[in-house]
Design a protein around this ligand. Structure first.
Ligand SMILES: [Zn+2]
Length: 247
């Protein structure tokens, strides 16, 4: 059973990356809403899900970006060099905070601040240039035990997104209370996930429509009752008074 649960979680995180449209956007979404997005209540509290270096390695493995052997090696090295692992985690979380501000600005069609871009450049690791047959290639280091391998994956994804036209397709989920970002493939896409946020928005819209229809119907009945009561003939008050005076 436990094995099946882990398999489902892995499939779910891969699905999160696919829905986000880029690894770096899915990483930003781990702060935005967490898994509570699957519930129907409004999301106001951010849920930080990655709290340790090992947690980050596991997330990247479940996202399909790191192999099992590579993860085991990184976890072993992190246990041997805990201070370095903590520093890399802090860099990853700083990178996430900066990317969140930049991507959110872009989703609102605003230019990111110069300060955020400077922070991003200071946080991103830089690839190296190596020779290959007939030319050169970019690579992120050959040290398989380098703990900041996890940053290379996120940096590569952020560089790809920001230096391509894809960054113009960043959008925030239209559901009230959901801060998830995604890169849309079709401009009509409004929700981070059609089955969760899409259904929730549709249910809210139907609810609002039903309430509006109920209220309109109530007002109509009220007006009709008022109209009928005005038409009902009543004995004139002065006739009664006049009778008493005559007596
Ligand atoms: Zn959403």
């Amino acid at each position: 059973m436990a094995k099946k649960g882990k398999k489902q979680k892995t499939a779910s995180i891969r699905h999160d990356v696919e829905r986000a449209g880029a690894l770096c956007v899915a990483f930003v979404n781990t702060t935005a809403t967490g898994r509570d997005n699957r519930r129907l209540e409004p999301l106001v509290q951010p849920a930080t899900r990655i709290e340790t270096y090992q947690g980050l390695v596991t997330w990247l493995q479940q996202a399909g970006k790191l192999g099992i052997t590579e993860c085991e090696r990184l976890r072993r090295t992190a246990t041997e060099r805990p201070a370095e692992a903590t520093t890399v985690l802090e860099r990853a979380l700083d990178l996430r905070a900066t990317m969140t501000r930049i991507f959110s600005s872009l989703a609102k069609r605003q230019a990111p601040s110069r300060q955020d871009l400077d922070t991003l450049n200071n946080t991103l690791p830089m690839p190296q240039i190596a020779q290959k047959a007939g030319g050169f290639r970019l690579h992120w280091g050959e040290d398989s035990e380098a703990l900041d391998r996890v940053l290379w994956l996120l940096a590569e994804s952020a560089m790809e997104l920001l230096t391509s036209e894809q960054h113009q397709r960043l959008r925030q989920c239209a559901t009230e209370g959901c801060c998830r970002l995604f890169v849309y493939a079709h401009s009509q896409r409004m929700w981070c996930d059609d089955k969760t946020c899409g259904n929730r928005s549709r249910a809210r819209r139907n609810d609002r429509r039903n309430r509006k229809m109920f209220e309109e119907s109530r007002q109509k009945r009220e007006a009709e009752r008022w109209r009928r009561s005005e038409k009902t003939p009543e004995a004139p008050a002065d006739a009664q008074d006049g009778g008493r005076l005559e007596a």
